[in-house]
Structures are given as structure tokens and as C-alpha cells.
Design a protein around this ligand. Structure first.
Ligand code: BYC
Length: 481
């Protein structure tokens, strides 16, 4: 079959010739009903019958992979799509550098590889669970459609990982696939694996921040896994990255539209001081200091997703050729890193200092630095919106020591400027830097649904262009279909 095109004749759309891979097809078909039960229980609440204008992948060719149409979400054709295989591909880093890329799991790395696939897989349904209540308060049909698009694609990313588990990891892979449907975001007994995926996503600003900051961790991790010497993982994650780009677009433009609206409302009302929170809130828009606090929260939660700054796991993943660096093949060095150093921020005698560490164990920090640089570009684009509107305010990423649960700074309290403070001082100033209950209540009070085509809630601007170039009043979701 032509791997560019997707086979829709089997129940599970795919470009991996499932029709002739009976055992895996059977395993996936066996898993499908449980997935649908999970989707119906934990997916978007209240909209399972609605017709949503969604894109579905019909080809993995970057130029023409999407087809848009109205679909009921439980009928979305979740499929298994891998980027085309490059026969000449090699392992590009670590101790196996230069060997032919593996088409089967190397026995000695089985456990490590399975762990990476399971962790990646676990985040996908987690985010759908976190966002399941949001449809009810969507600020427009356009935004509602984007939420559901993100949700069905996270569902597809789960399928992508489950395919790898079922095809390459035999019985324990099948058990892991079942467990991915068993854990629940925020559940006390059976939580999702990584911290940020057990946090609540209570409102749409959280959703936009999440898709900007946490989906961007997804991008960085997928980019690193796309370098993998285990070729099926590389091909799978490469295609996932094309979908991920839309999720970050939703986040960046979502926050941008909130900023736009706030600044316009402030200007129209003649409010010059962005810190005059009460006056700004009285306009029914979200004040900029609260935007900063939300950003502080989501950025710091997402930094935790990179693991410890110094990590033997990361060194082992790299040495084994399983997980590379961001854009590994574009970096000019020996791609083995055995003699290199990398500077890592650490606590030394109560102070935050840059310390030389072996580059191999510092790989989490390096990826996190790349992530921070990527976030900073987006924040600058947000600042341009504020600047253009003529409001005197700048958003800033907080210091990496701020509000951390994992790694070097897990046991200290630091301000967004990176000043270490006592626990008592932190308790006193916490609400200056992170959303307080009152901030949350205010944001919640704005979350009233708007479902008339072309209309938007007061706290957010309309987008510049529609999805699939649709006009402003397009009915992206037929709610009562
Ligand atoms: N929470 O050496 P360490 C996405 C554990 S997001 C809880 O510090 P390591 C998406 C760690 O597992 C991308 N536990 O770190 C976005 C280890 O446990 P074990 C998801 C944590 O292993 C939005 C121990 O602490 N993909 O796609 O080098 C919507 C010591 O670990 C956390 C991946 O993450 C935490 N935050 O790195 C939808 C890629 N951090 O082994 C989707 C796969 C660490 O001692 N995962 N631990 O029991 C990995 O590459 C690595 O597992 C991590 C951690 C980067 C997560």
C-alpha cells in the first residue's frame, strides 16, 4: 500500500497495512470498545451527539493530509498514522550511532522503551479528561470546535502509542494499553503519571495556557522521540507533531485574543493603569496581572514535565539511542556527548548558580532550555499585541526556580525573579504571583457560554481568520444535531 494515503476500509484507519497484520488488528479491535467507553465517560461532556466541523487525516503527506467535515465525536475515525519509512535511516546519536535504525525493539532496551511509550501515551487521554467540562462554557462555536479538535487528536495520539505497545511489546504491551484507559486525571488511587496532567483545567484561560505551555512540552518531547533509533517510534511521533502544531496555535492565539480584548476594553474606557485591577475587571475582561499569574502557573507546571535537571534516566535514554535532543541531527557535535559538559542551574549553598555537569546527565535541562527559548518567542508575540494596543505592560516568563515540584528547586521557594524566600514569606506573597481563589472565581464568573454562530464572549476577541477559511458566522458545531 502507499503509506502516504490512509486505508479507511478497515475499522481502524491506518497506513501501516493493518489489514494484513491480523494479530495487531485483532488486538486493536479488542481495545477499541474500551476506548469508546472511556471516550463516552471521560471525553467532552454533553456534546457527544453534536456535529462538529473536524479535520481528519487522509494522508500523511504534509501538503494534503486534512479533510474537514461534520462528525459526531464518538464516530471520529481515530487511526494509526506513521510518517513514511526512510529505508536508509540510521541511529543518529548515542553508543549505537551509525547503526541502521531498528525496526524491532532491541531486547536490552525493551523496558526503557516501553516506559517512554507508556508515559507519552498516558498524557494524551489525561488532557482530554482535564478538559472534559469546558465545552459547556465555550466562548464561541469557533473555540468549542478547536477544543474538540484538540481532544479528538489527543485521542488519536493515544491510539498511536497503543499501536506501538500492541505491535511491539506483546502481552505486557497489551496490559499497558489497558492501563492507559484505567488511570484517571486527578484520581487519588489511580492518577495519571506526570504531575501537570493531574491538575484541573477549570476555565478557558487555563485551556489556552495549557495548550500553549503544556502542549509545547509535548512538542519538545515528541521532537526528542522523533529522533529515536527505534524507527516506528520516530515515524509515529513525526506525524503527531504535525497535529501538535494546531494545538499550540489554539493556545497562542487564544491567549493573544484575550490580551487583545482586554487592551481594547481598557483603551475604550480610558484606563491607563493595567494594575487597576478592579476597574479593568468591571469591564468584564481579564486584567493583565491575572494573565501573568496564570502564565506563571502553567509555565512552572510545564517545566516540571522535563524531569530533574540532572538525570541518569535521560543519559541512559540518549546513550541507548532511544530519545535524542531537540533537532539532534541539526546539531554539530559528536552526538555521543561522552566528554562534553552542559551548564545546569543548581542550588549551591543556598544560592542559585550555573554549574558544569556532564552533558549526558544534563539532557533534561538542555531540552528544557530549548523549551524556554521557544516559549519566550511566543510571549514576545503576546507582548507585541499589548504594545500595539498602547498599553504599558509586559508579560515575562518567571525564573525556572519559581514554583517547582520536581528537580533542583523542588524544596525551595523562589519569586518569579529567582529570589529565594522563606516558606513564611512565600505563604505571604503567593497570591501576588499565582492565581488566588478570588482570581479563579472572577475568571469563572466570565465563563458563560456563547453558542450563536459568529458571536464571542465579551472577554475574548474574534480570531483573525476562520478554520478552513470559513466565514465569521460559520456554524462550527451543530450542538443540537
Ligand atoms: N511528574 O530522572 P527524572 C504531551 C519521575 S506532554 C511525575 O527526574 P526523567 C502532551 C520519572 O518518571 C509530553 N513524575 O526524569 C501535552 C522517574 O520515575 P521512575 C509527554 C515525574 O525520567 C499536552 C523519576 O521521577 N511525553 O505529550 O529523565 C497534551 C525520576 O525521573 C515527573 C514525555 O514526557 C513529573 N513531572 O524524565 C497532551 C516523553 N518528572 O522512572 C499531551 C516521555 C519525572 O524513577 N517521558 N518524574 O519511576 C520522558 O522522557 C521522561 O519520562 C520524563 C522524565 C521527561 C517525563
Amino acid at each position: 500500500m502507499n503509506v502516504m494515503n490512509v486505508d479507511y476500509t478497515t475499522k481502524i484507519p491506518n497506513n501501516v497495512n493493518l489489514a494484513e497484520d491480523r494479530q495487531v488488528l485483532k488486538a486493536l479491535e479488542g481495545w477499541h470498545p474500551g476506548y469508546l467507553d472511556w471516550w463516552n465517560d471521560m471525553g467532552p461532556e454533553g456534546f457527544q451527539e453534536s456535529l462538529v466541523y473536524l479535520r481528519t487525516a487522509i494522508s500523511v503527506d504534509p501538503k494534503g493530509w486534512a479533510k474537514f467535515d461534520y462528525v459526531r465525536m464518538p464516530e471520529y475515525r481515530w487511526g494509526v498514522l506513521l510518517a513514511p519509512q526512510d529505508e536508509a535511516r540510521l541511529v543518529n546519536f548515542g553508543q549505537h550511532k551509525g547503526e541502521k535504525a531498528w525496526q524491532e525493539v532491541p531486547g536490552e532496551y525493551r523496558a526503557m522503551l516501553r516506559r517512554l511509550v507508556v508515559i507519552q501515551g498516558d498524557t494524551e487521554p489525561a488532557s482530554v479528561e482535564q478538559q472534559r467540562h469546558l465545552g459547556k462554557t465555550a466562548p464561541s462555536l469557533y473555540d468549542m470546535r478547536n477544543l474538540f479538535q484538540v481532544n479528538v487528536e489527543e485521542g488519536r495520539h493515544l491510539w498511536a502509542m497503543v499501536y506501538l505497545l500492541q505491535k511491539y511489546f506483546g502481552r505486557d504491551g497489551r496490559e499497558e494499553a489497558d492501563d492507559l484507559l484505567r488511570r484517571r486525571s486527578g484520581d487519588e488511587d489511580s492518577p495519571r503519571m506526570l504531575g501537570a496532567f493531574n491538575e484541573a483545567t477549570p476555565d478557558w484561560l487555563s485551556f489556552f495556557m495549557f495548550t500553549f505551555f503544556t502542549d509545547r512540552d509535548g512538542k519538545m518531547q515528541l521532537e526528542s522521540l522523533a529522533q529515536s533509533g527505534f524507527d516506528p517510534l520516530s515515524r509515529t511521533t513525526r506525524f503527531m507533531l504535525t497535529e501538535e502544531a494546531h494545538h499550540m496555535f489554539v493556545g497562542e492565539t487564544g491567549v493573544g485574543r484575550v490580551l487583545q480584548r482586554t487592551c481594547e476594553a481598557m483603551k475604550a474606557a480610558g484606563i491607563e493603569d493595567p494594575n487597576d485591577i478592579e476597574k479593568v475587571r468591571a469591564l468584564g475582561v481579564i486584567d493583565l496581572p491575572t494573565m501573568q499569574k496564570k502564565m506563571n502557573l502553567h509555565y512552572s507546571l510545564s517545566l516540571d514535565l522535563f524531569g530533574s535537571e540532572v538525570s541518569t534516566n535521560a543519559a541512559n535514554f540518549y546513550n541507548a539511542g532511544l530519545k535524542g535532543r531537540f533537532q539532534e541531527t541539526k546539531i554539530e557535535d559528536d552526538h555521543r556527548l561522552t566528554d562534553d559538559i552542559y551548564q545546569v542551574l543548581k542550588m549551591v549553598d543556598g544560592e542559585i548558580k550555573l554549574v558544569d555537569e556532564p552533558a549526558l546527565t544534563a539532557l533534561n535541562m538542555r531540552l528544557r532550555d530549548d523549551y524556554t527559548a521557544d516559549c519566550a518567542k511566543g510571549v514576545e508575540r503576546w507582548n507585541k499585541i499589548i504594545e500595539k494596543a498602547g498599553v504599558n505592560f509586559r508579560l515575562e516568563l518567571p525564573h525556572t526556580a519559581f514554583h517547582r515540584q520536581i528537580g533542583e528547586f523542588a524544596n525551595v521557594q523562589a519569586t518569579p525573579k529567582g529570589i529565594i524566600v522563606s516558606d513564611a514569606e512565600w505563604a505571604r506573597i503567593r497570591n501576588d504571583y499565582l492565581p488566588s481563589t478570588a482570581d479563579g472565581d472572577f475568571i469563572s464568573s466570565l465563563m458563560t457560554p456563547v453558542s450563536e454562530p459568529g458571536k464571542f464572549a465579551n472577554w475574548i476577541s474574534p480570531p483573525k481568520v476562520g478554520i478552513d477559511n470559513k466565514p465569521g458566522d460559520f456554524e462550527y458545531v451543530k450542538i443540537a444535531a
